[in-house]
Design a protein around this ligand. Structure first.
Ligand code: UDP
Ligand code: MG
Length: 325
């Protein structure tokens, strides 16, 4: 096998504080890959773990294992992007490091891609029994909002997906800094095949997502894919204007007919309503402004501390010799 030839498959695994389970996961993954793919590489991206994840990876001595270590925690989206930039495979599979995305699905995903009928093979969650009620409720709200505001149906969608090289190249050509992998792949519109899977329990440890992180991701996803909230503010303004005209007419009528001062309650309601509507609208504008701010800063999405098994590729920004700060 020519080492310069791109492998058939690259598997990208973002990992944050997964020291306890990563060894077992990699053994499981390699067992499956050996059976279904003669030519593969694995990229684990350590997203600034504070536990012994990196030490575990260094001690594994797996020939086809490549790993990157971020200088700090940049988030799962950045870890996936780093993996995509480094992967050389003709197909790329992104999957979690905690065993929740079962490696047993890989042969079927590969078979669908090899058959040439799809450029994306998306694993859809059939059940989320292993998730708590809070995670399921969060997912329900998030997917409902996304569907209404962006038209992208992400219910059951996961980051567990196979992408053809053409899809990876398309994603890498996106100039944006703020990324939402799941939404971006759906947005590309490449032919997608879906296969269902049961979300497995974690091999070890617990989910690292905080509610604040999830809320940020939801705001990012919505503001990156839809300008509808801005239109909603406009419509809210129109509604307010109509209500103001009605109140004005009522005030004029009261004044003309000499009715004594009344309407303290309605005044309070109006002030409270428009006060909170204004603040809410400012919040929506702020979310878009923050998004633009993130984009125009043009900072690198991540910084790499060290790598294992292969040279780390510099980001386009670092390559161009610009001062990343
Ligand atoms: N992860 C990451 N960076 C983070 C948080 C999570 O790379 O800041 C990785 C984590 O190690 C796992 C995957 O992303 O491989 C999914 O994370 P997790 O299991 O915490 O989330 P959930 O299963 O609840 O979606
Ligand atoms: Mg998980």
């Amino acid at each position: 096998m020519n080492p310069n030839m791109p492998p058939e498959l690259s598997v990208i695994v973002p990992a944050f504080n997964e020291a306890e389970g990563i060894g077992a996961f990699l053994n499981q993954l390699i067992g499956i890959l050996n059976g279904c793919c003669g030519n593969f590489e694995i990229w684990v991206v350590d997203d600034g773990s504070q536990d012994a994840t990196w030490e575990k990876l260094s001690a594994e001595h797996i020939p086809l294992l490549r790993a990157l270590r971020f200088t700090r925690n940049f988030g799962k989206e950045a870890a996936i992007l780093a993996g995509l930039r480094h992967a050389r495979g003709r197909a790329v599979i992104v999957m979690d490091a905690d065993g929740q995305h079962p490696p047993a699905l890989l042969p079927e995903m590969l078979a669908l891609w090899r058959a040439g009928s799809a450029q994306i093979v998306a694993a859809q969650k059939i059940t989320r029994h292993s998730d708590g009620w809070r995670a399921r409720f969060n997912a329900y709200c998030f997917n409902g909002l996304m569907r209404r505001l962006t038209g992208l149906d992400l219910s059951g969608a996961s980051d567990f997906r196979l992408l053809d090289r053409r899809v990876v190249d398309a994603l890498l050509a996106f100039p944006e800094k703020v990324r939402f992998f799941r939404g971006m792949t759906v947005w590309t519109g490449f032919v997608t095949a879906q296969i269902g899977f049961e979300v497995a329990p974690r091999i070890a440890g617990h989910s690292q997502w905080s509610t604040a992180q999830l809320t940020r991701l939801a705001i990012t996803a919505i503001t990156a894919y839809s300008a509808k909230p801005l239109g909603m503010i406009f419509r809210l303004g129109l509604l307010g204007l109509a209500a103001a005209v009605l109140l004005l007419l009522q005030a004029l009528y009261s004044w003309l007919s000499g009715i004594a001062v009344s309407g303290w309650t309605s005044l309070t309601v109006v002030i409270l309503f428009f006060g909170s509507a204004t603040l809410l609208s400012l919040g929506v504008l702020g979310a878009y402004l923050a998004q633009i701010f993130e984009e125009i800063k043009r900072r690198p999405e991540f910084l790499i501390q060290e790598s294992l098994g292969a040279e780390a590729v510099l980001s386009p920004l670092e390559r161009s010799g610009r001062d990343p700060l």
